[in-house]
Design a binder for this molecule. Sequence first.
Ligand code: AMP
Length: 190
Amino acid sequence: MLNIVIFGAPGSGKGTQSERIVEKYGLNHISTGDVLRAEIKNGTELGKTAKGYIDQGQLLPDELIIDILASTLDSFKDSKGVIFDGFPRTIAQAEALKKMLADRNQAVSVMLDLDVPEEELMKRLILRGQQSGRADDNEETIKKRLVVYHSQTAPLIDWYKSEGLYAHINGLGDLETITGEICAAIDKVK
Ligand code: AMP
């Protein structure tokens, strides 16, 4: 089983690269952001709660997102492995993921850190907001999300380094080159 954490700041290309990896390795894909956006679209209670946090550029409480992740994980049958996109975003979530996988006799295989300079992230997110209309891709919310990334999420880099699972990926450049670097890191742990 391949369990891949795709990591990086908002706008680093996690979603785009996940789609490519899913296709190449036949993995299941969990994007917590996509799950929450679907809940909002369907007008569920969870969606209503999530919208408050997302619109403010804040993270949902760990317990809530961990429950969502556990039920999504259990919905996969005969999986070859999973790519975790947008989760974990805090140390508590990383510890919960480790335990959740250990309970299923599994572990994270590698954490891929898509590294992209801040000015490029801003440019990409503003453009994405104009093209897709994603509500949280406006300049004010993007700035808040980047602050949250640096304070709550970036500490996971050292956490995964200490677990011996960290792989740095240069997230700047053409899509093919980035995918190539990602596949090389995955093939090493396969
Ligand atoms: P994303 O599509 O991954 O950029 O996520 C969009 C928004 O959903 C984030 O800004 C958070 O408000 C929320 N979200 C997604 N994943 C998580 C998570 N693992 N923990 C907490 N909040 C999350």
